[in-house]
Design a protein around this ligand. Structure first.
Ligand code: BTN
Length: 266
């Protein structure tokens, strides 16, 4: 992988890029979680881009041990096998990359003005429209493979949400004025964007991802509050560092970088 940010021109222009990952897509009916199914395939040697999508998940998982609401036939619940040659310290970059790819596909296909909340929640109208969970599998101290789990709340109506998600979650259907989304078409668009950006990243390093992420972010420029083991801290989000951490400037002007966790925009 090229981490020196030197532009190389091995990729066709985005308009003429044809995705090969779409041919590695398996559509299944009901799974506990597509993450587990994709892991099984990765362990069995499945190539990069192998994707599992399920109509429903009975035990969908979110970040920080949360559940992910995945009702039947309403969303895009899918997991993709990635095999980057990447030092472990840089795996947060994959999370940002996936957020950029999904945000691009959603904006282009649906016109819904989604934005990215660090690290990779997609929001529309201030509510969550998509969540991303990248899980790494290690071997001999290095990254063996990663599974990028993407949950897009596509066609959920308000009554499809349980009480605990009211006011928190929204969908492309709701934000798009009631127009249902073609989930197969959006799945293909996401896989194409993801494969293209991933190849760009492998060739050129983090810079193209960082630039796109910063232009799609709803976090930058905002006052942020977050928890640390020492207590709650605040600062203004001013950018990303080179490994994908969020740079915050506190009242005294100090810049600190946070690499993981949950932030609140205040
Ligand atoms: C989050 O925002 O907390 C991340 C949510 C990730 C949900 C997706 S849906 C497909 C894949 N399978 C899972 O069990 N989780 C991810």
């Amino acid at each position: 992988m090229n981490h020196n940010h030197k532009p190389v021109s091995g990729l066709p222009a985005r308009e003429s890029f044809v995705s090969g990952w779409q041919d590695r897509l398996q559509l299944l009916d009901s799974l506990i979680s597509t993450q587990e199914e994709a892991k099984k395939l990765a362990e069995a040697g499945a190539p990069e881009g192998t994707t599992v999508r399920a109509e429903e998940q009975t035990g969908g998982r979110g970040r920080m041990g949360r559940k992910w609401h995945s009702p039947k036939g309403k969303g895009i619940w899918m997991s993709i096998v990635l095999r980057p040659d990447l030092p472990l310290s840089l795996t947060p970059q994959l999370t940002l990359l996936a957020g950029v790819a999904v945000c691009t596909a959603i904006r282009e296909m649906t016109g819904v003005p989604a934005g990215i909340k660090w690290p990779n929640d997609l929001l529309a109208g201030g509510r969550k429209i998509c969540g991303i969970l990248v899980e790494s599998c290690l071997r001999e101290g290095g990254l063996h493979y990663a599974i990028a789990g993407i949950g897009i709340s596509a066609n959920l109506a308000p009554e499809d949400y349980p009480d605990y998600l009211h006011g928190v979650g929204t969908s492309l259907l709701i934000e798009g004025g009631g127009i249902p989304v073609d989930r197969d078409q959006l799945t293909r668009a996401v896989l194409t964007e993801l494969e293209y950006l991933y190849r760009l990243y492998v060739e050129q390093g983090f810079r193209p991802v960082k630039e796109r992420w910063e232009s799609m972010s709803v976090t930058l420029g905002r006052q942020i509050s977050f928890n640390t083991p020492q207590g709650r801290c605040e600062g203004r989000a001013v950018g990303l560092d080179d490994s994908g951490g969020l740079l915050l400037q506190d009242e005294a002007g100090n810049i600190i970088s946070i690499l993981s966790g949950e932030i609140e925009m205040i």
